[in-house]
Design a protein around this ligand. Structure first.
Ligand SMILES: [Zn+2]
Length: 207
């Protein structure tokens, strides 16, 4: 069976590239000139972003290989890690925004003994849907396991793994309002079978 990922994943990679490559206060003429030089501003990227945005609206899944090809393009850049992190944050925010406004508000304001178990269920669902990952709680930690990483081997060392780490970190910030340490405890890139992250689930800031 063809491996697939939610369309939000490749969209987040492309949005991060566009964002990093978009100059701040430059005039239009110069932007046109840059466009030809920078991947993130090319017409191809714009049309791909449009295509994946439509796919996200239709809740489509896309071939995993397409996302890996995008990750490989990012992996060749000297700023690969920063782009992967930006993409992870983008994905987490867009994923979080699929929750209803009422849910988002209640998660923030209910007492944590009610909100935490609820937040964990949401986290598990969002990680499964948008990251092909499995999140589970073990004691005071949450473990995120990604058996088929899209970014694995697309950049030197474990640089590609920064995408998932940044996504988890941002999801926790949004869902429970606090982030402790997030560690990459197992890495397929080091021959450890799968990529896994461990994050603090104990309250840090809000209790
Ligand atoms: Zn890894």
């Amino acid at each position: 069976m063809l491996a697939t990922v939610d369309a939000l994943l490749p969209l987040s990679l492309l949005e991060a590239v566009r964002d990093v490559d978009t100059p701040g206060d430059l005039d239009a003429e110069f932007v046109d000139e840059l466009r030809n030089k920078r991947l993130g501003l090319s017409d191809t990227v714009y049309s791909q972003i449009k295509r994946y945005t439509d796919a996200v609206k239709r809740r489509q899944r896309t071939p995993q290989d397409d996302s890996t090809a995008l990750a490989r393009l990012i992996g060749r850049r000297p700023d690969a890690e920063a782009v992967f992190r930006a993409a992870g944050r983008y994905l987490a925010r867009a994923s979080y925004m699929t929750l209803s406004p009422v849910t988002r508000r209640l998660l923030r304001f209910l007492p944590s003994f009610i909100a935490r178990p609820w937040a964990l269920r949401r986290l598990r669902r969002l990680c499964a849907r948008h990251l092909n990952g499995t999140a589970r709680r073990v004691g005071g930690y949450v473990l995120l396991e990604v058996p088929r990483s899209v970014t694995l081997g697309t950049a030197p060392g474990s640089v590609g793994c920064a995408f998932y780490e940044a996504a988890l970190r941002e999801m926790l910030r949004l869902l429970i309002g606090s982030v402790g340490s997030v560690d990459h405890v197992r890495c397929e890139g080091r021959g450890e079978g799968t990529c896994e992250w461990r994050a603090d689930w104990r309250s840090v800031a809000r209790e």
